[in-house]
Design a protein around this ligand. Sequence first.
Ligand code: 9D3
Length: 245
Amino acid sequence: MKIDLVTIFPGILDGPFRESMIQRAVDKGLVEINLVDLRSYTHDRHRQVDDTPYGGGYGMILKPEPLFEAVEDLRNRSGPGESRVILLTPQGNLFNQGFAWRLAEEKHLILICGRYEGVDERVRTSLVDEEISIGDFVLTGGELAAAVVVDAVVRLLPGFIAEEASENESFTGSLLEHPHYTRPPVFRGMEVPSVLLSGNHGEIARWRRQQSLKRTFERRSDLLDQAELSPDDKLYLETIKNQES
Ligand code: 9D3
């Protein structure tokens, strides 16, 4: 897979990818990541990438010319129809694990990091295939959102981690994790649940499943609607609900 990130602040994205597990994926040849400075696609003396909004108002808008030139240049380096152009914007579709799985199938992603008050509407309507937001909070630009998307997608690429670790986690349809413990068995008076020290693998699996169900019920009951629940699971959830009332 190839990922191009188009930004006016390549420095923001330099560190996150070079420091992390993502660099390991690059070293292994699973993915090629390019930081593309939007300013290198300007032709004027001031290397201007933004301008004031028509009709007046506050803030600046990313101009269409450098973005079109950048994306067209990057696209030409892949085969026809192989590139998917994505704009990071607060108005985009909410990113989730299913979205990440879908993007992990692509050959070439071109991620445009929005800045200022936004991008010229013609970029949206005739250059961009898809718009993504990473959540309902306000960032100063799309760079950190793009880093989140790249991180979530690259770890799904075949060869990144032991397959069993990722295959079981569609997240949609899954539960929150059970509690984890490691040594020591007693830390500042806080004990590890004795079942985990028992060596009884059937009991341990049952305890973990019930802890997952309890946690999901308490914190994210919305996830239970899509979860695959066995008759035992449903019985256990009933007993928790009855305890509450
Ligand atoms: C004051 C005007 N803002 C309304 C809330 C518009 C605005 C434009 C651009 C606010 C933030 C930004 C910069 N954010 C992004 O480019 C962005 C983002 C985000 O802010 N939250 C979640 N996901 C994303 S993806 C890109």
